[in-house]
Design a protein around this ligand. Structure first.
Ligand SMILES: Nc1ncnc2c1ncn2[C@@H]1O[C@H](COP(=O)(O)OP(=O)(O)OP(=O)(O)O)[C@@H](O)[C@H]1O
Length: 245
């Protein structure tokens, strides 16, 4: 059965600054993500990957173009409407985890659910379940400072998936991790993608991370220059010999 399109971006343009200081960070990018896909976005530093991610997720305004997620034209919503849409249907994982240091792992995962108005008991149940899904059942009362980098990123992943979003946007999710944690994180993402059908958009510099994607987009100087669909993912990935520390 044909998978439905969950993100459709058409001719997206984004410029920062004006006049001599203007930087055209994204220049006419079109992009499609199908339900249940993992896509990666690669390209040299400064080519516009993070800017595109922010535009796709409605974290930034567009100069031109349109982004439709799950049938909703994101930039036509009010700021409040966009915030609510993001909280309900999207999620984010960042390179440096962005956990609240004074809260336990469980409280970190619970927090966005409570902010969305989920009753405390239910929020706790979902947060526990999310921590189980990332293999951290026995670390729920630990604070971020008491966890390894890989464990902290798994808490961040649990926080991202606890409300069953349609799409998780991940900006260099393994950029701060060693090779073993890198592989564990990507195996988890793949598992969650397969089991729960959550889609992932992953910005990465690491070809091994990109090898987990069904589809890889390459950017250069603000433009999408190549789209590469993975024909045979099996056997083509793995973190061995990828030059990571
Ligand atoms: N807030 C901003 N104000 C002005 N220029 C910006 C801003 N954010 C990004 N840029 C510029 O836009 C261009 C694209 O930046 P972006 O962060 O999207 O690139 P990137 O591909 O994600 O880079 P990296 O791989 O190094 O993280 C760069 O030239 C950058 O200097």
């Amino acid at each position: 059965m044909e998978q439905s399109v969950i993100i459709e971006a058409n001719d997206v343009w984004k410029t920062y600054g004006t006049g001599a200081r203007a930087v055209e960070a994204v220049r006419g990018v079109s992009f499609e993500l199908r339900q249940g896909e993992i896509v990666s976005i690669m390209g040299p530093s400064g080519c516009g990957k993070t800017t595109l991610l922010n535009c796709l997720a409605g974290m930034d305004t567009l100069d031109r173009g349109a982004v439709r997620i799950d049938g909703v034209e994101l930039h036509k919503l009010s700021e409040r409407g966009r915030d609510a849409f993001r909280a309900e249907r999207l999620a984010f994982v960042f390179q440096f985890y962005n956990l609240v240091p004074v809260l336990s792992a469980l409280e970190n995962v619970e927090l966005p659910l409570l902010c969305q108005g989920v009753p405390r008991k239910e929020a706790q149940r979902r947060a526990r379940q999310a921590l189980v899904r990332v293999g951290l059942k026995d670390r729920e009362s630990h604070r971020p400072g008491e966890l390894s980098g890989g464990q902290q990123q798994r808490v961040a992943l649990a926080r991202a998936i606890a409300h069953e979003p349609k799409v998780v946007f991940a900006d260099e999710p393994t950029g701060a991790l060693d090779r073993k944690s890198n592989e564990m994180m990507m195996d988890l993402i793949e598992h969650i993608n397969r089991k729960d059908g959550i889609s992932f958009v992953i910005v990465t510099h690491n070809p091994k991370v990109a090898s987990y994607a069904h589809n890889t987009f390459y950017m250069d100087s603000g433009k999408m220059i190549l789209e590469q669909r993975s024909a045979a993912m099996e056997g083509s990935r793995g973190m061995q010999g990828d030059g990571l520390p």
